[in-house]
Design a protein around this ligand. Structure first.
Ligand SMILES: [Mg+2]
Length: 272
């Protein structure tokens, strides 16, 4: 039976854009687990948020968090540490960008010229984050535990945003547009982290062939969708499918969010 390495975005993909429910994807999640496939979250969410969801769903797999900023590789899966990873209590940790504080200093430098056009997580109270995201109090507290980047809420025009991004780039940043926030981070993305992890899977499980599937709904998913064996674009209620740099091996779902996730896995995977 084919085994799959399933790299999935969370918000708007496995989780409903508005309600954050994953219920509609449970049949496909169960079928994948039973097939021995691996389900790897590749998300802009934090480690704490992602780990909580893993525990809720009974998944014990690596995590790629904060838009490819870091890979948490459970020691229970991969005994030998990758050469370029550092030790974390239960994981080998590979980082791809500077820590959050580095980016907060840069944002402070930008505030005299741009501060009236944006706010960001550090500046927002829990209630404001709840209002913007629709997350619960507890979920917002987890969302604030960011280690690597900083979500920015843009209040200006698209044109102003492009100029703002261009200035951030002069500080070595490579901002990524997510579903709600502009994510300030370094030269990391979901594709680079997925590629690194995929290589280590080939080393650890050299006797097993995997087909890689990536599922995502936003522009910050393009890098992983471009390099997977199969790319799944999940229909969004908020925006059009982002433009990929490939046309072969691309599946666009009819259904939105987790219902689209379920539809794609059963349409594309041989799980019998
Ligand atoms: Mg998304």
């Amino acid at each position: 039976m084919t085994k799959y390495l399933v790299f999935t975005d969370l918000d708007g993909t496995l989780l409903d854009h508005h309600t954050y429910s994953y219920d509609a994807a449970i049949p496909a999640l169960t079928a994948l687990k039973n097939s021995g496939s691996h389900i790897i979250f590749n998300t802009s969410k934090t480690y704490v948020e992602s780990r909580n969801l893993q525990l809720e769903l009974g998944l014990e797999f690596p995590l790629i968090v904060e838009n490819g900023a870091a890979v948490f590789l459970p020691k229970s899966i991969c005994g030998e540490p990758p050469a370029d990873a550092i030790e974390h209590p239960e994981y080998w940790l590979k980082t791809f960008t500077q820590e959050r504080q580095h980016w907060l200093v840069i944002l402070d430098k930008m505030k005299p010229a741009w501060g009236h056009l944006f706010t960001h997580f550090e500046m927002l109270g829990i209630q404001e984050i709840m209002d913007y995201t629709g997350l619960s109090l507890e979920q917002c507290q987890y969302a604030k535990t960011r280690l690597f980047g900083e979500p920015i809420l843009w209040r200006g025009s698209e044109e102003q945003k492009l100029a703002f991004i261009s200035e951030l780039k002069s500080f070595g940043a490579e901002p990524l547009q997510g579903g709600r926030f502009l994510h300030l981070c370094g030269h990391c993305n979901k594709g680079k982290a997925m590629q690194w992890l995929g290589q280590h899977y080939r080393d650890f499980f050299s006797n097993q062939q995997y087909t890689t599937i990536a599922l995502g709904d936003g522009a910050n998913d393009i890098a992983m969708l471009d390099i997977a064996d199969i790319a799944v674009q999940i229909k969004s209620p908020a925006y059009d499918y982002p433009h990929l740099n490939r046309t072969e091996g691309v599946y666009q779902t009819q259904n939105e969010g987790p219902a689209g996730w379920n539809e794609a896995i059963f349409s594309l995977c041989d799980l019998t």
